[in-house]
Design a protein around this ligand. Structure first.
Ligand code: ZN
Ligand code: MN
Length: 496
C-alpha cells in the first residue's frame, strides 16, 4: 500500500521519478507556421525559422500555449503570471540552431500533482509535479543501418514541434506504479485533447530516474546512485526497464556499497530486445547548457481571465468523470473505472446507449461483455464500431421486452456487426420472430401433455423440474424465450 509496507517485504525501497515529453496537438510548430503532420518525406516541413537561418524570427504559437495551460491546470499546477523563454545551448547534428528554445528559471507552471489509484486496490499514489514547461523539439537522426552503410541522415520535420516537459518528484515506489501513473497521465492528456500521446510516432517520450533506499543497521538510509533511463518507447518497457534496473542496482550495491554523493548520477539506455540497460555518456549539469534568456521572443503574461476561459473549456478529467459517471448512471465505481479508462469516445458511446435505454446498469453490462470484448477482438476504435448506440439500444430493448433471450440477442448482435444491417432486418432474416402469446400457450400445452412426469413433479412442489422443459421447447421453436416458457408452464400446471 505504501513505502513502509513495501520495505518490510524487500530489503530496500525503490524510488522512481519521471520526466515526460508530450507533443502538443497543434497543426503548426511552436515558433513558425510549418506543419507538424507526421510521416511527410524528410525535410519537407521546414522554413528559415525552424532551420535556424540568419535573419529569421520566431513567433509563439498561441494555441500551443493554451494547450499547455490546459495540461498544467489539469495537473493541479500553479500557473505563473509571467513566464519567459530561454536558450538551452548544446551541439547536436539534429539541432540546426545550436540551441533549443526552452524554459529555465521561469517555467509557465509548477507545483502540481496527479494521483493514480489501482482499481484492484494494490496501491494509491499521489505524485507531485515539480514543473511543466514548454519547449521546442529537435530533429531526428536516422542511423541508416538498414541500407548497409554507416550513414546518418537528418530529418528536420520535427524540429520546432511544440512539447510539454512534465517533471515529477521521485514519489513513485515501484515499476508497476510508474506504469500505472503513466497510463493515468496519458488518459488525462487524451481526454483534454492536449496530445494524441502516440508513442510510436514519438508524441510521448519517457525518461525514468530510479535508485534504491536501503535501511542500515545503524538506522541510516543508504542511497544508491540515481540512474536515468533514457527514451524508453512504451509504458510496458518503462516497467521492464525499472524492474531490471532495480535488480541491477541491488546486486551492484551488495558488491560495491557505492552510495549516492560518492558516485555521480548515471545515464543508461534501455535495450528492449536484450532486456537490459547499458551505460551511456555522463549527464550534463544545467550549467553545461549555458542557459540565457531568448532575445528574439517577448515574455508571456497570463491573466486570471485567460485562465478562467481555459478552465471553462476543459471538460471533466478522468478523476472527476469516474465519480460523476457512477453517480449519474447508478453503476459501481469499478464499472465506471473500466469505462473511463477506455477513453472519452467510449464514454460518449456508453452515455448515448444508457440514455436510449434509460438504464445505466444494463448499458454498462452490454458495454463490458459485448462491445468491449468485440472491440478487443477486432481492433479499431469505438468511433469506427459498426453497431451504433441506437441500434444496440434497439436490440437490448427487444431482449428486455422478452422477444428473445440474451443468448439469441448475442447471435443477433454478431450478425448486425458482421452485416452492418439494421436489427429489425437481421431479426427477420434469421427467422427470429417474437413468439406470440397464443403460439406460446399452444407450445406449452403440447409440452405438458408429453411430459407427465415433470408435471407431477412440479405439482408435488418441485418447481425446478420445469427446467427439463426448456430444451424441448427450444427444439420445437428456437425463438422461444426460456424464461417465458418456464413461467407459463408453471402457471398452466397450477391451473390444472
Ligand atoms: Zn518552420
Ligand atoms: Mn526537455
Amino acid at each position: 500500500m505504501n513505502a513502509t509496507a513495501a520495505s518490510t517485504a524487500a530489503p530496500f525501497t525503490t524510488i522512481v521519478g519521471l520526466e515526460v515529453h508530450v507533443q502538443l496537438q497543434t497543426l503548426t510548430k511552436l515558433f513558425c507556421g510549418c506543419s507538424t503532420k507526421f510521416g511527410a518525406p524528410p525535410n519537407t516541413q521546414v522554413c528559415p525559422t525552424c532551420l535556424g537561418l540568419p535573419g529569421s524570427l520566431p513567433v509563439m504559437n498561441r494555441h500551443a500555449f493554451e494547450l499547455a495551460l490546459k495540461a498544467a491546470l489539469a495537473l493541479n499546477c500553479r500557473i505563473a503570471g509571467f513566464t519567459k523563454w530561454d536558450r538551452k545551448n548544446y551541439f547536436y547534428p539534429d539541432l540546426p540552431k545550436g540551441y533549443q528554445i526552452s524554459q529555465f528559471d521561469l517555467p509557465f507552471s509548477a507545483d502540481g500533482f496527479l494521483e493514480v489509484v489501482d482499481p484492484k486496490g494494490a496501491f494509491s499514489r499521489r505524485v507531485d509535479i515539480v514543473r511543466v514547461h514548454l519547449e521546442e523539439d529537435a530533429g531526428k537522426s536516422m542511423h541508416d543501418e538498414a541500407a548497409g552503410t554507416a550513414d546518418t541522415r537528418i530529418d528536420l520535420n520535427r524540429a520546432g514541434t511544440p512539447l510539454c516537459e512534465i517533471v515529477t518528484q521521485p514519489d513513485l515506489r515501484s515499476p508497476q506504479e510508474a506504469r500505472a501513473w503513466l497510463n493515468e497521465l496519458k488518459l488525462l492528456l487524451e481526454y483534454l485533447g492536449v496530445s494524441d500521446c502516440n508513442m510510436q510516432e514519438g508524441s510521448l517520450r519517457v525518461d525514468a530516474n530510479v535508485n534504491l533506499h536501503i535501511p542500515q543497521p545503524d538506522g541510516r538510509i543508504a542511497k544508491t546512485p540515481i540512474v536515468e533511463i533514457k527514451n524508453v518507447n512504451s509504458f510496458r518497457s518503462v516497467e521492464r526497464a525499472l524492474v531490471y534496473e532495480t535488480a541491477r542496482q541491488w546486486e551492484e550495491w551488495q558488491a560495491t556499497k557505492a552510495e549516492m554523493g560518492k558516485t555521480p548520477k548515471q545515464t543508461r539506455g534501455w535495450d528492449d530486445p536484450a532486456g537490459v540497460t547499458r551505460a551511456q555518456r555522463h549527464k550534463e549539469e544545467s550549467s553545461d547548457y549555458r542557459y540565457f534568456p531568448e532575445p528574439d521572443l517577448v515574455p508571456v503574461t497570463v491573466s486570471e481571465q485567460q485562465l478562467a476561459e481555459v478552465r471553462s473549456r476543459m471538460g471533466e478529467p478522468p478523476t472527476i468523470l469516474r465519480k460523476t459517471l457512477a453517480d449519474r448512471w447508478k453503476i459501481s465505481p469499478y464499472d465506471a473505472d473500466v469505462l473511463v479508462n477506455q477513453g472519452r469516445e467510449l464514454v460518449a458511446y456508453f452515455e448515448d446507449l444508457a440514455t436510449a435505454l434509460g438504464d445505466g446498469k444494463v448499458a454498462s453490462n452490454w458495454m463490458q461483455q459485448d462491445v468491449l470484448r468485440t472491440l478487443n477482438e477486432r481492433g479499431g476504435t469505438i468511433g469506427e464500431f459498426p453497431v451504433r448506440p441506437a441500434a444496440l439500444a434497439d436490440l437490448i430493448g427487444r431482449v428486455s421486452k422478452g422477444d428473445f433471450d440474451t443468448s439469441r440477442g448475442r447471435e443477433i448482435f454478431a450478425e448486425v456487426l458482421a452485416s452492418g444491417r439494421p436489427v429489425a432486418d437481421v431479426v427477420a432474416s434469421l427467422g427470429i420472430a417474437a413468439v406470440g402469446d397464443d403460439e406460446l400457450t399452444a407450445l406449452c400445452r403440447e409440452l405438458l401433455a408429453e411430459n407427465p412426469k415433470i408435471v407431477a413433479d412440479v405439482k408435488g412442489g418441485k418447481e425446478q423440474a420445469a427446467a427439463g422443459l426448456i430444451g424441448q421447447a427450444k427444439k420445437k421453436n428456437p425463438n422461444v424465450n426460456p424464461g417465458k416458457v418456464r413461467a407459463m408452464c408453471i402457471d398452466l400446471i397450477r391451473a390444472m
